[in-house]
Write a protein that binds this ligand. Sequence first.
Ligand code: IPE
Ligand code: IPE
Ligand code: MG
Length: 240
Amino acid sequence: MANVSNEQIKIPRHLAIILDGNGRWALSQGQARTFGHKIGANTMKEMVNYAFSLGIEVISLYCFSTENWKRSKEEIDYLFTLPIEYFNKYMDKLIEDDIRVIISGDISSLPKQTILACDSAVLKTKDCKSHVLNICLNYGGHDEIIRAVKQIAYEVKNDKVDVKDINEEMFSSYLYTKDLPMVDLLIRTSNEKRISNFMLWQISYAEIYFCKTLWPAFTKSDLDKALKDFSKRKRRFGGI
Ligand code: IPE
Ligand code: IPE
Ligand code: MG
């Protein structure tokens, strides 16, 4: 880890990031918002490499929310080109680093080329075992929960599930993150202090870290700071 002395650093198993501030960063550079998304995608690649090299098992990245459809068509269209570019450029590296890609969110309404790129990334990395990269696209925490409830309701109706068997573990297995540990550390950049409908079920006991840096300007040293802060937290999970 860069610039860390001999302090004991705890590495979260599951790191989730609300990568925010691309638009504001671009405007601060006198550029269009899409430029911020472009540079933000570079930051994403760098942080994914760095975080996995530190031993983090799972990274969840909030890339497009169910609410982001409110933006201009131009911005949305641009955002959906980024997964294509990302997976084209880094597929070999993802496989080499043994990273399994999963997608959280209903991608069926995305452009065809984006769907193909996502499906292909999931398929090509399906046997990777060391890490999981969870890309959240057209993702909303409410949407995910409703989707799970609907599936369970159908299964109850068709006598495949007994209402008595519905419990937290069972419910979790209907979410996009089935098989993954709960989020340990949630980082949100850009000085906004809200959750914006991200992983509502999975962050129930996450430590939350807000930082001022806008996502395109986020560096390894920002991540180091977040991890140092996380290492000092006393996680009690309701105990004493
Ligand atoms: C985060 O940056 C990326 C997405 C939400 C897609 P924003 O685009 O929200 O940037 P700001 O918050 O407007 O600066
Ligand atoms: C959250 O950021 C969504 C993503 C990072 C993809 P937003 O910029 O959309 O959130 P709000 O509107 O500030 O809550
Ligand atoms: Mg934002």
